[in-house]
Design a protein around this ligand. Structure first.
Ligand SMILES: *Cc1c(COP(=O)(O)O)cnc(C)c1O
Length: 453
């Protein structure tokens, strides 16, 4: 049987999932609700609908419906780049000399270069359904803004992206991809919003931050007729949409009678990991099967491994609702590192709750060891991985090398979230050996956590 497993396991179009799987339905303890920062009461649908699209608010608050149908228009879009390949890493296994069987689900197969398109297209669809003119968002490294601009182009919606100024200047290529898909891209902080003007006045010459860009995007959405704000990670709805990743894996693996022992993903806000593990975690929660599940984060931004489980703001500007999550404090500014998508102070409430209950583990790695893993992977499997994704690669390599020592033939599945073509400055530093590792001290984390509301 083992010999019959192809390098790439594809699904037929008619085998693709027709609904998203809502993991919350199988959680005994539901993730904690978002709170209104003023009243400390759970946010109502009405309050959320001022900021987010109506149907997405419904999904955000729905802890009970197990299967939510994927609208036909979204399924058609998915068919343009999905199913994404599930690859048996034969070449990597050989290189490592491990008895482990390694599989990865590759989400870098679309122009945006990451899994973020899976949720972007869903969010754009519901905005269109609601008859909106457009959506606003922020982007740091640029992957989410790119995915959203593609999704908005498809549904002919306006897309307004506030891009952290330092990225806007340093990553002109991402910016141009977004503009090519029709998005308007504004460096943040900007003169366009009240909060932007206030920040510019207080900190002339600032190069911006994600927290500030979120505040501008939210302000623009709530103050412009026919606009809503959309977010690319962390929220329950985003994990819901990303469940297509895990469902495709499960269907493909079931077809060949493969059962993973270990499932590994990188974790920024938790959307790809939440999506990858969803159907497997569901089985685990229902007591039908067991899997070892590992979240991998950067040592420079260790929210699960060193954070506190508490209510916190989702942004630095403290304008968003409070979410209960493993957090380093919304003031935490991680040292500059090259995994932009993993530089978030908090973690999805769903994953935070599951981690707190012991249903999954977490690990962190330093930047240079992550790039060493990326290099080994690129040289054996051919794909140039995103720095974010390389955290999961590093996690998988460690598990495979453990198997080499013990002789165990474990099956390892990891999520390869994207490609690294826009991260070549990072690779340049790695190749020049000028890359630095930064790990915060306990004091620094304690200082930041002190500011929790
Ligand atoms: C955004 C991003 C991540 C991290 O986001 P999650 O919400 O934690 O999945 C990981 N990999 C890539 C390539 C990304 O663009």
């Amino acid at each position: 049987m083992a010999n019959e497993i192809p390098y790439k396991i594809y699904l037929e179009e008619n085998e693709m999932p027709k609904s998203w799987y809502n993991l919350r339905a199988d959680m005994k303890t539901k993730p904690a609700p978002l709170l209104n920062p003023g009243t400390r009461e759970p946010m109502t649908a009405e309050e959320l609908e001022g900021v987010f699209c109506k149907e997405l608010v419904k999904q955000e608050l729905d802890n009970d419906t197990r299967e939510i149908e994927i609208p036909a228009d979204i399924r058609s879009f998915y068919k343009m780049y999905r199913p994404s390949p599930l690859v048996r890493a034969y070449c990597l296994e050989k290189k490592l000399g491990t008895p482990a069987k390694i599989y990865y689900k590759f989400e870098g197969n679309n122009t945006s270069g990451s899994h973020k398109l899976n949720s972007a297209i869903a969010q754009a669809y519901y905005a269109k359904q609601q008859g909106l003119k457009g959506v606003t968002t922020e982007t740091g490294a640029g992957q989410w803004g790119t995915a959203l601009s593609m999704a908005c182009a498809y549904f002919e919606l306006d897309c307004k992206v506030y891009m952290v100024k330092v990225s806007y200047e340093q990553k002109p290529f991402r910016r141009e991809v977004m503009r090519t898909y029709g998005a308007s891209v504004t460096p943040s902080p900007s003169e366009e919003t009240e909060i932007g003007r206030k920040i510019l006045k207080a900190h002339p010459g600032t190069t911006g931050s994600l927290g500030c860009a979120i505040s501008e995007a939210v302000e623009k959405a709530v103050s412009t007729e026919g606009y809503r704000y959309v977010l690319g990670s962390v929220l329950n709805q985003v994990l819901l949409h990303q469940s297509v990743i895990g469902q495709e894996c499960k269907i493909a693996m079931d077809k060949y009678g493969i059962k993973p022992d270990v499932i590994i993903g990188c974790a920024g806000g938790g959307s790809n990991l939440g999506g990858l593990i969803a159907p497997f975690m569901g089985q685990k929660l229902r007591g039908e099967a067991d899997y070892q599940i590992i979240a991998v984060e950067p040592a420079s931004c260790p929210s699960l491994t060193r954070g506190t489980y508490a209510y916190d703001f989702c942004d630095t500007g403290m304008v968003t609702p409070l979410a209960k999550m493993y957090t380093l404090g919304s003031n935490y500014i991680p040292a500059p590192n090259h995994a932009g998508g993993l530089r978030y102070h908090g973690m999805s409430s769903i994953l935070s709750e599951l981690y707190d209950e012991g249903f999954m583990e977490a690990k962190s790695y330093r930047q240079t060891e992550v790039f060493e893993a990326a290099e080994l992977f690129a040289r054996s499997e051919g794909i140039l991985p995103a720095p974010e994704s390389s955290h999961a690669i590093k996690g998988a390599l460690d598990e495979a090398l453990k198997c080499k020592e013990t002789g165990e033939e474990k099956t390892i599945l990891f999520g390869l979230t994207g490609t690294g073509y826009f991260d070549l400055v990072a690779y340049e530093q790695f190749n020049n050996k000028t890359m630095e590792d930064y790990v915060p001290t306990d004091e620094e984390i304690a200082e930041s956590v002190k500011t929790l509301p």
